[in-house]
Design a protein around this ligand. Structure first.
Ligand code: SF4
Ligand code: SF4
Length: 380
């Protein structure tokens, strides 16, 4: 069992509870899974107790354990608050890997992972239609120092993000290319615990990126970025030979040089930190700088922001098997976003956008939702 590799950390847990209940200065719970299911076993301290019982040999993996481990958005709020700095997300990944080996992946997530293996995306959409949104084919399959890795959700489901990222790179004067045979980065596989399939995706995509001659790869999706930046070096046992940047990090470099001329947009913009981009990768300032680059924009902060941000409820593909949890938490986050007085809510992640749009629809709210690249591109 891989969970045994974490035995020392598991025994280090103080059972203090900082990882799942509310934090100082706030009466709001920090763990979306605990918010919805209300049992300690869904929060980090409970998962640690389960892990300890597993390594002590008094519990076996079963469907109940699987439910606790997969009903987790991997938002990282628990790890951020952990008094002992325990590597909780790595522990959950090890437990998912053990569960996948025992065929205990929730059926909806397993189906998405199998769709990736069949069609190169978790939506089961045709491989051949992935690039249908691209304006012209001149950049497709080209070699060069900069590559735009679009990701599955922008390629198929939120094509406004794919097009806006493309338009911003062009407006910034970047000479960039797209992979002709882009496939899923493997994030659904890592979320499911299917390590060998994730490794196969890493090998294939890193070979394709290196063959393109890219020195820098730019992503609109934090999930793809995190998979490349953090998971691939671990899966491949070597560092990547290219830089990886979120599109807002790339723009922050370029906008400093005044590359983008943007029109005035008099809007009040609330920024929701995506967990994977913020707590996961430490990128807090670049999206805010991108919002502020539009003249006339007034940016406002949600009550819980940056390291203390609250998840949209849709991380780690939990919407597939735990939709009530996604809906409850997206509605809570929507209430925080709209309480700011903003007329536009902006995130920097396609999964967050889907969650926020769902919350807007349910609330019948006139407040708009955009990805940060759509917001900036609308001012070109
Ligand atoms: S990663 Fe988020 S959802 Fe998962 S246990 Fe930690 S706080 Fe809860
Ligand atoms: S905050 Fe860390 S040490 Fe405290 S109960 Fe949670 S996992 Fe254990």
């Amino acid at each position: 069992m891989r969970v045994e590799e974490f035995k020392n950390q598991i025994y280090s847990c103080l059972r203090c509870g900082f990882c799942f209940d509310h934090i100082e200065g706030s009466q709001a719970k920090i763990c979306p899974s605990y918010v919805t299911y209300g049992m300690e076993s869904y929060g980090a301290r409970g998962k640690l107790a389960i892990a300890r019982a597993l390594v002590d040999g008094v519990l076996d993996y079963d469907a109940d354990v699987a439910r606790r481990i997969y009903a987790c958005t991997e938002c990282g709020a628990c790890e951020e608050q952990c008094f002992k700095y325990l590597p909780l997300l790595d522990l959950y990944a090890a437990m998912k890997s053990d569960l996948a080996e025992r065929d205990l992946v929730p059926s909806e997530l397993g189906a998405a992972a199998r769709a990736v293996e069949a069609e190169g995306n978790p939506y089961g959409k045709p491989r051949a239609s992935r690039l249908d949104w691209v304006p012209g084919t001149s950049r497709v399959g080209k070699t060069g120092p900069l590559l735009y890795f679009v990701g599955c959700t922008p390629s198929y489901v939120r094509r406004g993000i794919a097009r806006s990222g493309y338009a911003l790179l062009e407006a910034a004067g970047a000479d960039f290319s797209l992979l002709r045979d882009e496939i899923c980065c493997g994030h659904p596989q890592t979320s499911a615990g299917r390590v060998e399939e994730a490794r196969a995706a890493a090998e294939s995509l890193v070979a394709a990126v290196e063959a393109s001659g890219a020195e820098t790869v730019v992503f609109p999706c934090p999930g793809c970025l995190k998979t490349f930046r953090e998971d691939y070096p671990r899966l491949l046992g070597r560092p990547l030979r290219f830089r990886t940047l979120h599109v807002t990090e790339f723009l922050a470099e370029r906008m400093g040089a005044g590359a983008l001329r943007l029109r005035k947009q008099s809007r009040i913009v609330a920024y929701h930190d995506p967990c994977t981009l913020g707590r996961g990768l430490g990128v807090y300032d670049a999206p805010r700088q991108a919002i502020d680059a539009v003249p006339g924009a007034k940016r406002v902060e949600l009550r819980r922001a940056r390291e203390a941000s609250f998840c949209c409820g849709s991380g780690a593909f939990v919407r597939l098997g735990f939709e009530p949890m996604s809906v409850e938490n997206e509605q809570a986050r929507w209430a925080e976003a709209t309480a700011t007085g903003a007329d536009l809510v902006v995130s920097a992640c396609p999964a967050c956008q889907i969650a926020l749009l769902d919350a807007k629809r349910r609330a019948k709210s006139p407040i708009e939702v955009e990805d940060v690249v759509e917001w900036v591109a609308s001012a070109l």
